[in-house]
Every structure is written in structure tokens, then in C-alpha cells.
Design a protein around this ligand. Structure first.
Ligand SMILES: [Zn+2]
Length: 538
């Protein structure tokens, strides 16, 4: 059967950039565009040329440097329909779009009569003329023209005849695409099905796109419903980035269209099968650029999407992953993750050991010893679910051998408030390497920071290990107060990284916050020395 072509339109750089707290630089935009182009989306909406200097420069850079030119995707510039009382040729907004010199343009206009009246304060006919004149303008400049029908679904519910006449004004004037926008994001899947079906009676489905927002948690479902009802272009963003509750998440839509048979058997995407594996990487790249912690629970690409915790689940997954997985994680570039917890049995531990390269028989008594140790520690407040590095160190200490590196003999932390009101934290630590005692001192913003500085700002004095530790960085530090059976304890988690860019997580638990921090910090140092194969202390 001949498959129908379905087009993917990414608007991370335009609609996604509207998100609170998101401020892409030109360089960020170039990185994201290159990842999307490599993935193979059909259109990349780069921004609004003329509206801000970053977007203008982004289009200029892509046009003027072959190094950045796109191979698979059509670069698309975004703008608004021409203003009333001006000709299209004399409209500065449209000129900025022409000057951006992109193969495609996406122009937003009103399709809800309420907005035409209240926001634009023009007549319904004037709005129709603005739409059709804008379309004709880009047909003349030979740029592929898309009309974004803003608030289309709300407009259709209020006045279907007028909403459809807006679409027709653009289509009859030569628009390649008519994009139906659920701008307020309040439309539900069954309404999308009904309305898109009606629209296809006026505009062919092969010319229709869907732009859904996630205000009812249905942006992905609405996009799929629109495709099922006939639309052939899907708009969305990486990780569903977008204002309020976000846009439709392409990291869910693309694998669904590609891997779920009802869609895969009917539709053909430009994205090549082998590129689907890049989705997880693409999702993480955006978080890295935004300096955000990735959402573990994102469908398909989240770190927890293929995590298994319960003992029964884990043993079933080991027999056949299909028991608890809807697709194979490798298909989207993700990995299976066996989580250790106090509910877990031996099979969890064995699987987790395998992922860190320790092969051991189920009958080995050390497995039981490790499992008991994990359970005991979880009882007092440890949680190894996220603390991979601390788990690995614990396992290697019990099962195999782990060298001893820096011995921390004692430490002393003090907090002082001076007469001027300044609070000073200082720390002193006595370390031992190869039998030699080294006293380190440091000050910091709080006792934990002072202790960290005392140890790590003096690594140059630990001759043997200074090379290994100098690129170590702590990127995140979290404190939780837990109520265990008898007393309140503090759990400290530290996320560390180094120049190789792979982050690791360690944990410490104690009734005392400084001691808990200290344990997590020492695990971080030990893990770094272990993974970089530092020699043992004598
Ligand atoms: Zn939008």
C-alpha cells in the first residue's frame, strides 16, 4: 500500500521560545536547529525576524554561512498578516519576512470573529482581505506560504461559517498549508475529530496542519486525532516546550507516528528509521541548553520511561522485556533501567550490577550481603534509586575490591557571626594520602560549602590525586529531612560532573546535615578517582 506523506513542523525556536524563563541565544538556536535538521523534521520555524535582534541574526547567520545551512528541513520564518490600511508591499512586518529569505513562511492571523472585533477592532471583511492579500504576497515572492489560523477551534465553535471563510481566504489565494491552531489549548480530542472532519470538506486534508497546546493535557492526543481526521502536517516542540502548559510534544508524537502500527502502516515521514534513535539525545540536548533537569517521566525519552522497580516486574522484564515495556527502549535511543529499592529482590541487584560491569552468580552469598546492606541503609533513609555512583561504590566495596584513596581522618567546621553581621563558615580537614597527613582549610558560603572548599580547593596539595580531581564540579546539591522510625535524619544528594560530561549522583544520610553532606561528598571524590582509574593510596 502506498503510504501517505506526513509532515513534521518544529516550532521549538519560535513558540517554544515564548516559555517563561527561556531565552535562547543565537548559538543555542543554531545548535537546536542543527539537531532537528539532522533528525529529519520537514520544517524548522526559526523565529520572528524583525521582532527581536536574536531572531533577525539567527536567520542572517543561517543564510550567510554554508556551515549552518540546513539539509533536510525547510527554514521557516514567522510573522503576522498585513495590517489594515496598508498594502502588503508596504507592510514592514511582511517585508521583514521577505528579507529573512527563507524557503517557507508561516503567517498567523485571526479566525475567531470575537478576536477580530475585540483585539483587532476591524470588520470581519477587512480581516479576510488581510489574510488573502498576505497569502498572495508570498505566492509572488515564491515562498511556501502557511496560514496559522489562530484560535481556530474556538472560532469554529462560535461562528463556523466565518472561521471557515478565514481558512478559504488563505487557501484560495494560494496557501500551501492551512494550520488549525488550538491556541488556548482547551479543545478535547473528540471535538478535534469532529471539527477537522468538517474542515476537510472545505480544504483538502493534505493541505491541513494541526498546532495544539497542552492546557488540558491533550496536545499529543489532539494532534493524533487531527491526523486521523485528515490533517497531514503536525506542529510541536521538543519536550513539549511552550508557554503555559506547553505545545504538543514532538518527542512523543514522532515515535508514536513511527512505531505504532495504525499510524506507521498508513503514513510516511521524512525522518529516516535510523534517526528515531536520536530522539532521546535530542530531548536531553534541549534540557542541557536550557540548563534544566530533564523530566524523568517524559514518555519514550525520559530516564524513567523504561525503569523497573518492583521485584516481580524486574524478574518478568528479564524473561521478556515485553512484559512491562510497550516498545524497546533502544528504538528511541533510551535505555532500560533497573531501580534498586527495598522491595527489590536479588534479580534487581544482579541486573543493576550487570549494567556497571559486575558479573556475579545468583548463588554467590555476596549478593545476599549486598541486598541486606541496601535494605538496612534504605531503612535509615538512604535511597539508591537515583544515586548510581554511591550504589556502585557500595557494591564494589562488598563484592569486589575498591582501592582506598584519600583518607579523611577528621574535620572541624565552625560558623561565626562577626560584629558587622557577616556570617563566616570555615572548615579544617585532616586528610591522609600514602601515610602522609595533610591539613586543608577553607571558607565558604555555609558550613557544607566550607568543608567542600577545604577539601577540593586544596587538591593541588594532594600531589597524587590533584590531576584527577581538578575538573570535578558539583552541579547540584539537595537536602531532604526525613522522618524514619525513630528520629529525623537528613538525606543529602549531590550531583557531580567533570570535563568528560558524564554526571554521577551520590548520597549521604545522617542525623547531622554536615555529616550527611560530608558522606555524599566523599563518595563523589571516591567515585571520580575510581572511574578515572587513579592509583590506590599506600
Ligand atoms: Zn502556539
Amino acid at each position: 500500500m502506498n503510504k501517505e506523506r506526513l509532515y513534521i513542523f518544529d516550532t521549538t525556536l519560535r513558540d517554544g521560545a515564548q516559555t517563561q524563563g527561556v531565552d535562547f541565544s543565537v548559538d543555542d538556536k543554531l545548535k537546536i536547529a542543527s539537531a532537528l535538521d539532522n533528525l529529519g523534521v520537514d520544517y524548522i520555524e526559526g523565529g520572528w525576524p524583525g521582532a527581536n535582534p536574536t531572531d533577525t541574526e539567527f536567520f542572517h547567520t543561517l543564510n550567510s554561512s554554508t556551515k549552518h545551512s540546513l539539509i533536510n528541513a525547510k527554514l521557516t520564518a514567522f510573522g503576522m498578516t498585513k495590517k489594515t490600511g496598508r498594502s502588503a508591499d508596504n507592510d514592514p512586518g511582511l517585508s521583514a519576512l521577505v528579507n529573512a529569505n527563507t524557503p517557507a513562511v508561516c503567517v498567523v492571523g485571526k479566525s475567531w470573529d470575537f478576536h477580530v472585533d475585540i483585539v483587532l477592532e476591524i470588520s470581519n471583511d477587512e480581516n479576510l482581505e488581510n489574510i488573502s492579500e498576505s497569502a498572495k504576497h508570498f505566492v509572488r515572492t515564491e515562498q511556501e506560504f502557511m496560514f496559522d489560523a489562530e484560535h481556530f477551534f474556538d472560532g469554529y465553535k462560535a461562528n463556523p461559517k466565518y472561521a471557515l471563510s478565514c481558512l478559504k481566504s488563505a487557501f484560495d489565494a494560494g496557501a500551501r498549508w492551512i494550520v488549525l491552531c488550538d491556541t488556548n489549548g482547551g479543545t478535547l480530542p473528540h471535538e478535534i475529530t469532529k471539527i477537522v472532519t468538517e474542515v476537510t470538506k472545505v480544504i483538502p486534508g493534505k493541505n491541513l496542519g494541526i498546532h495544539a497546546h497542552n492546557d488540558t493535557g491533550n496536545a499529543v492526543a489532539n494532534s493524533l486525532a487531527a491526523v486521523w481526521a485528515g490533517a497531514r502536517q503536525v506542529q510541536g516542540t521538543i519536550n513539549g516546550l511552550g508557554e503555559r502548559c506547553g505545545n504538543a510534544d514532538l518527542m512523543s508524537l514522532i515515535p508514536t507516528l513511527f512505531l505504532k502500527n495504525d499510524f506507521a502502516s498508513k503514513f510516511q515521514l521524512q525522518i529516516k528509521p535510523e534517526k528515531i534513535k536520536n530522539l532521546t539525545q535530542c530531548s536531553r540536548l534541549l534540557d542541557e541548553i536550557l540548563n534544566r533537569k530533564p523530566n524523568q517521566h517524559l514518555p519514550y525519552v525520559g530516564a524513567a520511561a523504561f525503569s523497573h522497580k518492583g521485584g516481580l516486574h524486574v524478574s518478568a522484564v528479564q524473561k521478556d522485556p515485553k512484559t512491562y515495556e510497550h516498545i524497546r527502549p533502544e528504538e528511541v535511543g533510551n535505555t532500560r533501567n533497573i531501580v534498586v529499592s527495598d522491595q527489590s529482590g536479588k534479580s534487581n541487584i544482579i541486573s543493576r550490577l550487570k549494567t556497571i560491569g559486575i558479573e556475579i552468580k545468583e548463588s554467590d552469598p555476596k549478593i545476599k550481603k549486598l541486598l541486606d546492606e541496601v535494605k538496612d541503609r534504605e531503612f535509615i533513609g538512604y535511597s539508591y534509586d537515583g544515586a548510581d555512583a554511591s550504589f556502585e561504590l557500595l557494591a564494589r566495596r562488598i563484592i569486589g575490591k575498591i582501592p582506598r584513596y584519600i583518607l579523611i581522618k577528621e574535620y572541624d567546621v565552625s560558623v561565626k557571626k562577626s560584629s558587622s553581621g557577616e556570617i563566616i563558615s570555615s572548615a579544617k580537614a585532616q586528610l591522609e594520602v600514602d601515610g602522609e597527613k595533610i591539613i586543608c582549610e577553607g571558607q565558604g558560603n555555609g558550613p557544607v560549602n566550607a568543608l567542600d572548599n577545604a577539601i577540593r580547593q586544596n587538591v593541588n596539595r594532594l600531589n597524587k590525586y590533584s590531576e584527577y580531581l581538578k575538573d570535578l564540579k558539583l552541579v547540584d546539591y539537595k537536602v531532604r529531612i526525613l522522618n524514619t522510625g525513630t528520629e529525623a535524619v537528613t538525606r543529602v544528594s549531590i550531583e557531580s560532573t567533570d570535563s568528560k560530561g558524564k554526571n554521577w549522583f551520590t548520597i549521604g544520610v545522617s542525623a547531622n546535615i554536615i555529616d550527611a553532606s560530608f558522606k555524599a561528598l566523599v563518595d563523589s571524590l571516591d567515585y571520580k578517582l575510581f572511574k578515572d582509574k587513579a592509583p590506590a593510596s599506600l
